[in-house]
Write a protein that binds this ligand. Structure first.
Ligand SMILES: [Zn+2]
Length: 462
């Protein structure tokens, strides 16, 4: 494992142990350019919305269309996207925010990548660019919903300053990037970590791990809520809430298919750089009545931590890695969400000390360390049964080669047909403006595998 990555993991472990509140767990070094320190760290969160009115709105969960168990591409959560990627797919283009504060697009049909700005005279490198999105992005998500893009920002919430700690502003963007609109405040605390948000069938779903201060004591909790999209007067409903034992680290993962949320709650204990155990709890929530049904609890002492989860056909697939042994094998597990049966699918070699990623299969191996040779820059793809499909070299641009660049991971989507990869470069683990500029310059390679292992790599100059 490269030093930057290890330092990040160590910082993460310390962060979890110390109850750090405002650090995002993303570990990519991408959320850098526009992020500012929370000005509200010392404030505690309050639970309720203040200005609910009696405005009458239809309830999305009762909309007959939204009771379908079929996938509705205009309205459903895109489950193939990696948890922390600001990435979404639309009928024509893929869109993403790599952490540089700009909205990028990728046109797969012609292989064109760029910032979403139509002005030819623009240099696309400052806040006058159409593609520049002001604010600090929150909630680990860029969502496509019914013809628009949506994202959360911590600025310009419509109400007073104190609300900014309790609320984010939800913004919509037209697909050409020219129309940006404030939609509503979302009861999503900026004072937390592992924030995650998605849109699904008329609702904004969001989860976060945060710390509330009550009676002079801090209490860490996982909280998942939903709010009606487009109805700023509707109260957020709490779908799931769990207080975490003091000194325990925690995480959560959810995906939504049809009318069911698949939820995995993680708790672990680290003492003296040893992961003592990981506890996982799986449950489903019926989104028609919000009833939570436990599926199973799993106590693990194999030294691995869960990094991502993917639901497919009523089974959740779980990717795990060892945070203290950088080259230990990665493991993939599955839980049948009806029977609760647990299966270890496979172990996948972790040649580069990076996180495993899971979609409609298992991917690992993007890790380009400055001391390694080009020939070692590989990606490993396995199917859900653990059969390794491909071990293929990662395409590099010439600047990446000559700088012997550390590439941060970014496999953002693993569907039945393809693995979509964005590569980001970074000079060190410390994000600086210079690093950001260099990263932008190096964001010039997008690669697609199909599942047969054919490598359709495109080197693109934005
Ligand atoms: Zn521009």
């Amino acid at each position: 494992m490269d030093k930057a990555c290890y330092a990040l993991l160590l910082a993460l472990a310390l962060c979890i142990l110390s109850g750090c509140q405002s650090t995002n767990h993303q570990s990519r070094g991408q959320e850098v350019s526009t992020a500012s320190e929370s000005r509200y760290d010392s404030m505690s969160e309050e639970a309720s919305l203040a200005d609910a009115s009696s405005q009458d709105n239809s309830i999305p969960s009762q909309n007959p269309l939204f009771l379908s168990q079929e996938y509705l591409p205009e309205y459903d959560m895109q489950n193939d996207i990696q948890r922390f990627e600001w990435f979404c797919e639309t009928p024509l283009l893929d869109y993403f925010i790599p952490g540089d504060g700009f909205l990028w697009y990728y046109d797969k049909s012609v292989g064109k990548l760029g910032k979403l700005c139509p002005r030819p005279e623009c240099t696309h490198d400052d806040n006058t660019c159409n593609a520049f999105l002001p604010g600090s992005f929150k909630g680990g998500g860029l969502c496509y919903y019914d013809g628009l893009l949506y994202y959360l920002s911590d600025i310009q919430t419509k109400d007073i300053m104190k609300k900014q700690q309790l609320y984010c502003g939800l913004y919509s963007l037209s697909l050409d990037g020219t129309q940006r609109n404030y939609v509503q405040d979302v009861n999503f605390s900026t004072n937390g970590f592992n924030g995650f948000f998605r849109l699904h069938r008329g609702y904004i779903y969001h989860g976060v791990i945060n710390t509330i201060v009550a009676g002079g004591e801090s209490q860490t909790r996982i909280i998942i809520r939903r709010q009606i999209l487009g109805d700023s007067s509707a109260e957020a409903e709490i779908l799931f809430e769990k207080k975490v034992e003091p000194n325990r680290g925690c995480d959560f993962f959810f995906q939504i298919s049809g009318t069911t949320m698949y939820l995995l709650i993680e708790e672990h204990l680290i003492t003296e750089d040893i992961l003592q155990y990981e506890d996982l709890e799986a449950c489903t929530i019926d989104l028609r009545d919000n009833v939570c049904k436990p599926v199973g609890s799993y106590h693990l002492e194999d030294g691995c931590l869960t990094t991502d989860m993917h639901e497919y056909d009523g089974v959740i697939y779980i990717a795990r890695y060892n945070p203290f042994e950088s080259l230990a094998d990665l493991t993939a597990e599955s839980i049948n969400m009806v029977t609760g049966d647990w299966n270890r699918i496979c172990t996948v070699p972790n040649k580069y000390g990076v996180y495993p990623l899971i979609g409609k299969g298992i991917v690992t191996g993007i890790g380009v360390r400055s001391e390694t040779s080009d020939a070692e820059r590989m990606i490993v793809i396995a199917d859900h049964n653990g059969n390794i499909l491909s071990e293929l070299p990662v395409a590099m641009t010439e600047p990446q080669r000559s700088n012997r660049e550390i590439m941060t991971n970014s496999i953002v989507k693993y569907t039945t047909n393809e693995v979509l990869i964005l590569l980001y470069g970074e000079v060190s683990g410390v994000p600086t403006k210079e690093t950001i500029r260099l990263s932008e310059a190096l964001l010039s390679c997008i690669s697609i595998f199909n599942q047969n292992g054919n490598w359709d790599s495109r080197i693109i100059t934005p």
